[in-house]
Design a binder for this molecule. Structure first.
Ligand SMILES: *Cc1c(COP(=O)(O)O)cnc(C)c1O
Length: 401
């Protein structure tokens, strides 16, 4: 069963002010939960004596994720950000290369490529799913375009048939940022298995967590051997441990991308309970969707759109309010009732960095519009039905004007 990890109110760190703003809310936006054997598995890691990366639980996570996804190779990383950085290294992204990314995403999706010298090219999103709009892609491709990085926003698949076809036609690689989408499907195929590479996040805000963590999914088998080297500080240590070489040495670029086995143990327990977690998240998502429908229709508030050919991953529940000022009033209305709701990404093309690369108002009109109006509702694995009912009640008391 799902158990909350939230400490009693009386527990605080000696000598430090309480910093967790979640505590001032009766119903937080998110909180980590234990779902199974997390703490037992962590104690096993200590007992086994291998707490660095690629221990027993890392190997179990690799095998389980490969099986769940039907992917040839999965490697745990310290974060999704690091899996993206590893992707940019693996694709040999060079200064001046262009990488196309939706403007409505987390910074890391593109920063990982900019670190290698790439120029970001920001794409607008579809008004329905808020995913990279495949219809604008052709217009953004130049002879310098090396990669497209679609993000399956809220765990709802991008139009991968069209994106893949365009990428193939121009000889461009696709890297899926699947931070929201583990266990989601597009036309029956798992998200994370479309690109030559895909990345996962196990950050505490995602569906399956270990505090901080990630994974690189390698669908192009020709990239596996080098991925193992880059991930192991540029050494062939993985081959050494398999007995394929008798010493290990420095053979390529690299960095320290391995997840501690302590965190892998926590993650493995979460992945074992994936069906229960997803069933819970589905129930939460559907409850919001059904209970808010009449209110949303009356006040022209848009609920999420899930195309029939997408099995979503139930990552979040959002609403699109009629305007920025109504969204602010809505967040304040819930706050006054002890409920934390939050907005999401700001347009990347209008950020300080985005503008430095030439981003300007009007480049991505849909992103500019929705980022002001989107609000996310409390969504975590042990959100009690009575608490969710009180969120719904507070929301339906809100009259936008
Ligand atoms: C959370 C998130 C990331 C970053 O994940 P980390 O594991 O925190 O590095 C990247 N992209 C998207 C779309 C995300 O939501």
């Amino acid at each position: 069963m799902v158990t909350s990890l939230v400490l009693p109110e009386t527990v605080s760190v000696p000598g430090q002010p309480r910093q967790n703003t979640n505590r001032s809310y009766r119903i937080p936006f998110n909180r980590p939960t234990l779902v199974g054997k997390e703490l037992y598995y962590i104690s096993q890691v200590i007992h086994l004596g291998h707490s660095a990366g690629d221990g027993a639980f890392s190997k179990r996570c690799h095998a389980l994720l490969e099986e769940i996804l039907g992917a040839p190779k999965v490697l745990l990383t310290t974060s999704c950000t690091d899996a993206l950085e590893l992707s940019a290294l693996l694709l040999d992204i060079q200064p001046g290369d262009e990488v196309i990314v939706p403007s409505f995403t987390f910074v890391s999706t593109i920063n990982a490529f900019v670190l290698r010298g790439a120029k970001p090219v920001f794409a607008d999103v579809r008004p329905d799913t808020l995913n990279l709009d495949e219809r604008v892609l052709e217009g953004l491709i130049t002879e310098r375009t090396r990669a497209i990085v679609p993000v399956h926003y809220a765990g709802i698949g991008c139009e991968m048939d069209e994106i893949d076809a365009i990428a193939q036609k121009h000889g461009i690689r696709v890297v899926e940022d699947n931070a929201h989408g583990l266990l989601g499907k597009y036309r029956g195929k798992n998200l994370g298995t479309f690109g030559c590479l895909a990345t996962q996040s196990f950050h505490e805000t995602k569906n399956f967590i270990c505090g901080e963590g990630g994974a690189l999914i390698i669908n192009d088998t020709s990239l596996i051997e080098r991925a193992e080297i880059l991930r192991e500080k540029g050494t062939n240590r993985s081959r050494f441990f398999r007995g394929q070489v008798d010493k290990y040495t420095w053979v390529d670029l690299g960095s320290s991308f391995l997840l501690s086995d302590i965190l892998a143990a926590f993650l493995y327990a979460q992945l074992e309970e994936r069906e229960e977690i997803q069933a819970t998240r589905r129930r939460i998502w559907e409850y919001y969707d059904e209970q808010l429908r009449d209110w949303a229709t009356e006040f022209e508030i848009r609920q999420p759109v899930v195309p029939a050919h997408c099995d979503q991953a139930y990552h979040m529940y959002y609403l699109l309010m009629p305007s920025l000022s109504i969204r602010e009033a809505f967040i304040d209305h819930l706050k006054a009732r002890g409920i934390l709701s939050v907005f999401h990404y700001l347009p990347l093309h209008l950020s300080d960095m985005g503008r430095r690369f030439g981003g300007k108002e009007g480049d991505c009109p849909v992103v500019e519009d929705v980022s002001d109006r989107l609000v996310r509702l409390p969504f975590f694995n042990d959100l009690a039905e009575s608490d969710q009912a009180s969120v719904v009640e507070a929301i339906t008391e809100f009259i936008p004007r």
